[in-house]
Design a protein around this ligand. Structure first.
Ligand SMILES: Nc1nc2c(c(=O)[nH]1)N[C@H]1C(S)=C(S)[C@@H](COP(=O)(O)OP(=O)(O)OC[C@H]3O[C@@H](n4cnc5c(=O)[nH]c(N)nc54)[C@H](O)[C@@H]3O)O[C@H]1N2
Ligand SMILES: Nc1nc2c(c(=O)[nH]1)N[C@H]1C(S)=C(S)[C@@H](COP(=O)(O)OP(=O)(O)OC[C@H]3O[C@@H](n4cnc5c(=O)[nH]c(N)nc54)[C@H](O)[C@@H]3O)O[C@H]1N2
Ligand code: SF4
Ligand SMILES: [Mo]
Length: 771
């Protein structure tokens, strides 16, 4: 068969803009995804991958963390899941001539799109110090170099071990064990840039940083409030759950500065009315909030709840629940009763009547779910904002009962599992105690570096080695220029990857690329075919086994790579049986069952059809594992982001055809953008006020406290129905505008969704002018 060659086109020369769509979905997943899949994988491989996706004995979709429904359809995946599979399992590979023809420095000028389209990485590559080229290296020599550099450090804390959220539970557990046996807690992960604010807010209030609902709760709810989330693109099968919930009588409120297609209307491809009809209008109420206005909104709704209670004492709050399970109500009430409505209108940009309507919906509903994603976590006040959601839910006992609860929706397919398995620079002592006891060593206790701190430490010369288990740290983190320079100061960077990205171009003096198997591929080890396990956003853990032949021979699994790494660094006589982990993944699962809370009998439980659900005390029994044993109300002072006159507030979003720093194409169908990404979505009234014509070009300057002028040049203006004063550009391109030190209080997550910017008119780029 012939495999599609890599793309050449990289510029926005053919950019087309049309009206944004009102509805998401509408094309049957198989019909839509098959042609592309067949072009890249061939017929058999396409069928073997797509039909095994999210099925019994199949593999877990490696894209997002959305859970599987209790009953599976033949095609249990969405368009974006299919794109992810096609991207990973496509047969195009990077040959030796590529490395001869492309120097490391030449890769720096390539786009993420181009890099990702070159094909799968198939052999270990090494860039020696002083050279500008990667060259092939044997696995053995690659591990020898890593061992030499790691063992040469003055302290284990001069190395940092990054993880992206695709890594399996087994690999994550082995990898954190290795880092700690080596002697460091420097275990930054993509979660530091993602739901860290969620984890912090929920742990401090209800004692656990995870969703408190089960899949079935959507259908049982009366009201679902979706905040700061774009499910039509980022969690597409959530739309099916929402449609089913509506059929069962629930109502939906969407809170977002952008009228995202999937929030407004859903054309379910699995239903006749979705294919040919108008689809289902999902949101019963859409609140077009200003960026970072959610904390004020939650406080304003809570104020109305207290007012309703005052008008009908005893009839509104869940007094029994509050009495038995909560602490801090009176302080919170006193604070909320003083919330200034004018400040709320200013922060939210919403009318009083809209807030009244939301409050009345909340008061009418007995069972309320609130979901959220990056629209809430990537703001200065992200942690207190999420705490306000918890406050509001606690008032009427909306946690630990069917159809109700807070539900962060995670990003990467196993980012939650990685954290459960110990990937965190600040794992609690009880975990480290259990780990030390199981393996008979003293894990380091001092907290390690998170992602932002790791970049700072590289910049400041405190780190010498970066080992990255997947991901694209340089591409994903804020302040691109600072990050690129920081990585280049290292002695050694090691990337375990499936495909090329920017992090292979901005590297230490020495650099290694270690190619690895993806989820779709059969993983054969000494004792036979292996499976791995993952945890989804509602804490369900289940098995995943690859179905197709690896794209090339000689690629190691992530488990094998960590096992070899550990043996090379810690020596063959190290008391932990690293070789055993590689040979049979059951052995590591056995240790997981002794160390990780809720995982007893792990090997048996993950072999059951559908796996098992991890314990969640607030969800299961309304017990709150906080220091007081109660759910904690919290008091948060409102602080509106100040946007000086003539400036706008910028958020960075994902397009429909990207997965984080991976681009499947340059299109963003629902927002009406085709063949380009260098755009800025601006409200038409703001354009008039600023005197900037639709379709013209601007340089975006961000204004941070550090006074550095950060610029993203020549972005094309798209007049777009976003909230007033708020603009949107694509991540990761716009990361250049986010200062490294501009992070959320309490979680240190880059504030990628509230950056004060100034637009300056500029000429059209040469390609556009020539058009
Ligand atoms: N196709 C695809 N799927 C993905 C990903 C991907 O890149 N592509 N990434 C995965 C990952 S790692 C993650 S974390 C998730 C991300 O999933 P999302 O968080 O849904 O993704 P974003 O594109 O960051 O969109 C943020 C949404 O929040 C809104 N928003 C921004 N700021 C605010 C605010 O202040 N208030 C409110 N109420 N809304 C706001 C934006 O308008 C946008 O709709 O998706 C996962 N799934
Ligand atoms: N401005 C801005 N910045 C953001 C965000 C934002 O909304 N705005 N979002 C943040 C969020 S939510 C996240 S999660 C981070 C994402 O940060 P990362 O997780 O670091 O980035 P990804 O783009 O998901 O990583 C993609 C790379 O992972 C590798 N890969 C893919 N599959 C596998 C596999 O199975 N194994 C291994 N070993 N490697 C694999 C491939 O080489 C691919 O190029 O970005 C953050 N950065
Ligand atoms: S909703 Fe997420 S996990 Fe499910 S198929 Fe789509 S991308 Fe994959
Ligand atoms: Mo994420």
């Amino acid at each position: 068969m012939s495999i599609k060659p890599p793309v050449q086109d990289e510029s926005d020369a053919e950019l087309q803009v049309s009206k944004p769509k009102r509805s998401a979905g509408g094309l049957p997943s198989l019909q839509y995804s098959m042609p592309q899949a067949v072009a890249e994988m061939g017929v058999t491989r396409s069928a073997k991958t797509l039909l095994a996706m999210n099925q019994k004995d199949g593999f877990d979709c490696m894209s997002c963390a959305w859970p599987d429904p209790p009953e599976r359809k033949t095609a249990e995946f969405c368009e974006n899941g299919a794109k992810a599979v096609t991207w990973e399992a496509g047969l195009l590979t990077i040959g030796r001539d590529f490395w001869e023809n492309n120097s490391v420095s030449s890769l720096r000028s390539r786009s993420e799109y181009w890099l990702g389209q070159q094909g799968r990485l198939v052999e270990p590559m090494y860039k020696p110090a002083g050279s500008d080229h990667y060259q092939p290296i044997s696995w053995e020599n690659a591990f020898r170099i890593v061992a030499r550099e790691l063992n040469d450090l003055d302290s284990p804390d001069e190395a940092t071990f990054y993880t992206s959220g695709r890594t399996s539970n087994e690999t994550a557990f082995q990898y954190q064990l290795f880092a700690r046996a080596f002697g460091t807690n420097n275990l930054p992960d993509c979660s530091n840039m993602c739901h860290e604010s969620t984890g912090k807010a929920m742990e401090e209030t209800i004692g656990i940083g995870k969703s408190a609902i089960a899949y079935e709760d959507f259908e049982k709810s009366d009201l679902i409030i979706i905040m700061g989330q774009n499910p039509g693109t980022c969690h597409p099968r959530m739309l099916t759950a929402l449609e089913e919930a509506k059929d069962a009588g629930s109502t939906i409120v969407a809170i977002n500065p952008l009228p995202e297609a999937g929030l407004i209307n859903f054309k379910n491809p699995q239903r006749p009315r979705g294919l040919v009809g108008k689809g289902t209008d999902l949101a019963d109420q859409f609140l077009q909030i200003r960026l970072a206005g959610d904390m004020a909104l939650m406080q304003a709704v809570a104020k109305r709840v207290f007012a309703a209670e005052a008008a009908a004492p005893g009839a509104v709050l869940d007094h029994a629940f509050l009495e038995e399970h909560c602490q801090g109500l009176e302080e919170y009430r006193a604070h909320i009763e003083n919330v200034d409505e004018k400040a709320v209108r200013e922060a939210t940009g919403l009318r009083t009547a809209e807030i009244d309507e939301l409050a009345s919906r909340y008061l009418k509903a007995d069972k309320v779910i609130v979901t959220w994603a990056m629209g809430l976590t990537q703001h200065k006040k992200a942690v207190p904002t999420i705490k306000e959601i918890i406050n509001l839910l606690l008032l009427r006992g909306n946690i630990g009962k069917p159809g109700a609860g807070p539900s962060p929706i995670r990003g990467h397919s196993n980012v939650q599992g990685d954290r459960t398995m110990g990937i965190w620079e600040q794992m609690p002592d009880h975990f480290l105690d259990a780990l030390g006891k199981e393996f008979n060593f003293d894990p380091p206790r001092a907290h390690g570096f998170d992602a932002v701190q790791s970049i700072r430490a590289m910049r400041d010369g405190m780190l010498k080695v970066l080992f990255a288990m997947g991901g694209n740290l340089v591409g994903a983190i804020s302040d691109t220029a600072v990050a690129e320079a920081a990585l280049q100061k290292l002695k050694l960077t090691v990337q375990v990857s499936t495909k090329l990205n920017r992090s292979h171009a901005f590297v230490g003096a020495q650099a290694l690329i270690l190619p690895t198997l993806g989820r779709t591929e059969i993983d054969r080890q000494a004792t036979g075919e292996q499976f791995v396990t993952v945890e989804d956003t509602v804490c369900a853990v289940h098995a995943s086994s690859g179905k197709v032949e690896p794209v090339a021979v000689g690629i190691l699994s992530e488990m094998a790579i960590v096992s070899h790494l550990a043996r090379a660094v810690l020596g063959k006589n190290h008391p932990i049986d690293w070789a055993g982990f590689e040979a049979n993944y059951d052995t590591i699962r056995e240790h997981i069952s002794h160390v990780v809370p809720g995982c007893s009998d792990y090997n048996a439980k993950v072999r059951q059809w559908g796996g098992f659900v991890l314990p969640h005390p607030p969800r299961d029994s309304r017990t709150f594992p906080t220091p007081t044993g109660k759910a904690m109300f919290s008091v948060g002072e409102l602080e509106t982001v100040q946007v000086p006159k003539g400036r706008l507030l910028l958020q960075t979003v994902r397009s429909h055809d990207q997965f984080n720093t991976t681009m499947y194409s340059l299109n963003d169908r629902y927002r009406g953008v085709k063949k380009g990404r260098q755009v800025l979505f601006v409200n038409p009234s703001d354009l008039v006020e600023l005197g900037i014509p639709n379709g013209s070009y601007v340089d975006i300057h961000s204004e941070s406290v550090d006074g550095v002028d950060r610029v993203l040049r020549q972005q094309r203006i798209i007049s777009f129905p976003t909230a007033r004063g708020c603009v949107a550009a694509y991540f990761p391109e716009a990361n250049v505008l986010v200062a490294l030190d501009d992070t959320a209080e309490g979680s240190n997550t880059p504030v990628s969704k509230s950056v004060v910017v100034r637009l300056e008119k500029t000429d059209a780029p040469a390609f556009a002018a020539a058009h």
